[in-house]
Design a protein around this ligand. Sequence first.
Ligand code: AR6
Length: 178
Amino acid sequence: MSCQQIKQTRIELVQGDITLQEVDAIVNAANNSLLGGGGVDGAIHRAAGPQLLAECRTLKGCDTGDAKLTKGYRLAARHVIHTVGPVYGTPNAPQLLASAYRRSMEVAAENNIRTIAFPAISTGVYGYPLAEAAPIAIHTVIDSVKNGLEIDLVRFVLFTSNAQDAFKRALEDIAAHY
Ligand code: AR6
């Protein structure tokens, strides 16, 4: 595990399964329909149970780069923040990936969520290379904190050792400049 403290916020990197995290909210890397899929989305829906899909149906989808809140149902986390990252190579992908992290942080802060766990959004089915996605993820989260969002813990839960390495490198590079 690696970690850094930025203002009042602890930023952690761990390798593991996001569905098992005991935090106020976990973030789902969903698609525009919010009606489930593979990867981390499929794992979160399986772990939360069918009530999650029922609530997602009421949300009428989500734009790329935006985020919406549901309950966590059978998860240890009380909430799920569903965001939609861009497909790598589509127009404005870097801005939309940053927006997915920023909007997730904003939705958390608006709902009194103090501890949040993120997966590596867009780095699976959506094809974003880890070396490009990790600095955007870390930078955006640190900027949100520096701009005054009150979150106690941001934990990146990385599924593979490659993802863990890429995020560790980005956190070390970026934190060195703060
Ligand atoms: N915990 C943490 N990370 C995970 C887990 C897990 N249980 N399972 C996979 N990952 P992806 P995307 C990692 O494909 O690229 C879905 O079908 C995985 O190794 O889940 O944003 C949606 O419905 C990768 O690093 O999301 C969309 O259609 C990261 O999570 C589409 O995929 C993201 O991979 C979204 O694609």
